[in-house]
Design a protein around this ligand. Sequence first.
Ligand code: FE2
Ligand code: FE2
Length: 151
Amino acid sequence: MNAIELLKDDHDKVERLFQKVKATEDSEHKELFLKIKAELDAHTHIEEKIFYPRLKEEEQLEDITLEGVEEHHQAKMFLRELANLSEDSEKFEPKLKVLMEDITHHVQEEEGEMFPKVEKVIGKDELEKLGERMEEEKRNFQKSQTASSGK
Ligand SMILES: [Fe+2]
Ligand SMILES: [Fe+2]
């Protein structure tokens, strides 16, 4: 699969989980959060390991990629904090809400600004190959996560 299609599929999956959070009671949010976290952990991993390093080789993509890395850094901080909060913490819901707002902003920037530029600079064949490597990396990452959580 083309790298950009793969990343957009991930974005859509996360957006559907956000919609579920908005449509359900607080009591269901911890479980949904764990799904969101698993998706985002794998997604940011393949972006940072394979996609972003390739983008950074292109001068006109460097700034937007560096900004993306910082947004990932913030998102990871929030994910970690949320994972460590007790379920009845008054901070859980507001923190989850801010995380979702931040991710939505980040996704809009990637899809609205970064990806169109990428498509101009990197050819179809290479995007296809990058996508294949990212799919494989994602599978391996998810396998290692499941193994380390003892499931
Ligand atoms: Fe993304
Ligand atoms: Fe990203």
